[in-house]
Design a binder for this molecule. Structure first.
Ligand SMILES: *Cc1c(COP(=O)(O)O)cnc(C)c1O
Length: 465
């Protein structure tokens, strides 16, 4: 029926791809030399490439395919919506049924009074909205000086100029003159990597209090908001010490600043609750959503705000901001169907009661490997740190990511998509993963680590060898 199913031979696809397609986060000449992996189809948690090789998708795409691949209901919801009303905008006092229904559904699902959504098509767009929204909010209250947004090193909030500035990824800032003005960063709560001899909870408090120091340094009258992922995802699935979030909450409550929880990864079941803020007991004023809201089948993002924030915004005249596709009817229709499936199939409870405890046990046992310094998970997000000397939490004598990349390549060869962030290995599988599939995933992860270990030993990188 289509040219996609009956595709060209892999080598020809790769050559065309290298000739005409500029990839995100990819070095073009390396791609040319190696050829991209061409993914042609997927079902459940399994991807198939253009050579027919199957791989377990330990990353749910890019942390987004929460309900797994191949759910015809979403395709049917999209087709029905395209036939009825394929597009209309939500500017200038206009709306449509899918946007109304989704905004209401999100209000019902979100905790507290997060009852209002401004729609976008991605997490990046939603976080750009947040920058303008918090500044507009304070200006509307007669405090236009409150402009600065505080974020954290090694956080990820998207790739547009604004959202990448919020993010704390130095290689991203190095290209294009980032961060933009009015964004400040404090340290991340990464005890394993940066906590030294401190007790984790002591370190968690220290890092949280950097927020209070930064507010004092800048002046409370200059600070608009603090933004953070409940659990840093792209930074390496960094689970903060238990002391961290309560202290951040205390500081935000004590000072007049808005707390923005970036739920783009943690939202929609990933941590065993609908939202990460429930798992970590956070009460934000605003929340960024994307990814799992549609399970990645179509693009959709949004900024959710509390009744109190919405009241100020609603009294402040026009918000001179919006995207052609804010509240796109097809995206909203697909999101509604996706949320119906998550709810009716009990996927949040499946994560909380079955998959997450099983993963915690199995993944945690990877810490027995001689090259694994820590292996932790929360819900269905997990990470481990590769180390040449695990008791010392040491790093390798080669550039960060060298051994991690070896491990990732071995993992692909073994039929598991696992990602590396430096020398941390991370997974975030679809929420529908079964216990037996978790067993397979962890077995392959162990084998991949073992292959990287063999290589590291042969290179003399392991301490005490
Ligand atoms: C992926 C991600 C974003 C950006 O979302 P896009 O849809 O890629 O623009 C923002 N925040 C977090 C926490 C993310 O993981």
């Amino acid at each position: 029926m289509n040219m996609i199913a009956n595709h060209l031979p892999t080598a020809e696809l790769q050559a065309l791809d290298a000739a005409h397609h500029l990839h995100p986060f990819t070095a073009g000449d390396e791609l040319k030399a190696k050829g991209a992996r061409v993914i042609t189809q997927a079902r459940g948690i399994t991807l198939t490439d253009s050579d027919g090789k199957e791989m377990m998708d330990g990353m749910a795409g890019l942390w987004c395919v929460n309900i797994g691949y191949g759910r015809d209901e979403l395709a049917e919801a999209a087709a029905a919506q395209m036939k009825q009303l394929p597009y209309y905008n939500t500017f200038f006092q206009t709306t449509h049924v899918p946007a109304i229904s989704l905004a209401k559904q999100l209000a019902d699902l979100a905790p507290g009074t997060l009852n209002h959504t401004f729609f976008a098509s991605s997490g990046s767009e939603a976080n750009d909205t947040n920058i303008r929204l918090v500044r507009h909010y304070w200006a509307a209250q007669g405090k236009p000086e409150k402009q600065v947004i505080i974020s954290r090193g090694n956080s990820y909030h998207g790739s547009s100029m604004g959202s990448a500035s919020l993010g704390g990824m130095e290689p991203m800032h190095a290209q294009g003159g980032l961060p933009i003005a009015g964004i400040e960063h404090i340290g991340q709560p990464d005890w394993y990597g940066e906590g030294g001899d401190m007790d984790p909870d002591e370190f968690g408090l220290l890092r949280a209090r950097e927020l209070e120091h930064k507010i004092a340094e800048l002046g409370e009258d200059k600070v608009a908001a603090f933004i953070a992922e409940p659990i840093q995802g792209a930074g390496g699935v960094i689970i903060p010490p238990a002391s961290y979030w309560p202290e951040i909450q205390r500081i935000c409550d004590a000072h007049e600043i808005l707390l923005i929880a970036d739920e783009v990864i943690c939202g929609f079941g990933r941590t065993g609750n609908w939202f990460g803020i429930e798992t970590l007991d956070i009460r934000p004023d605003m929340m960024t959503i994307a990814k799992g809201v549609t399970s990645g089948y179509v693009p959709l993002g949004g900024s959710m705000v509390t009744d109190a924030v919405a009241e100020v915004l609603n009294g402040a005249g026009d918000f001179n901001h919006g995207y052609t596709y804010s509240g796109h009817p097809v995206s909203c229709a697909v999101a509604l169907e996706n949320l119906r499936i998550i709810a009716e199939e009990g996927l949040v409870a499946h994560v909380r009661d079955t998959a997450a405890p099983h993963l915690a046990k199995k993944w945690g046992a990877l810490a027995d490997h001689p090259m694994v310094g820590e292996a932790r998970s929360i819900g269905l997000m997990a990470s481990l740190a590769l180390s040449p000397d695990k008791t010392a939490r040491a790093v390798f004598d080669v550039p960060a990511g060298t051994v991690g990349l070896r491990c990732r390549e071995a993992s692909f060869d073994l039929g598991l998509v696992m990602r590396h962030v430096g020398d941390r290995m991370v997974i975030s599988p679809p929420l529908v993963i079964s216990e037996a599939e978790i067993d397979t995933l962890v077995e392959r992860a162990w084998q991949a680590i073992d292959r990287a270990y063999g290589w590291a030993r042969s290179e003399g990188l392991i301490k005490g060898d």
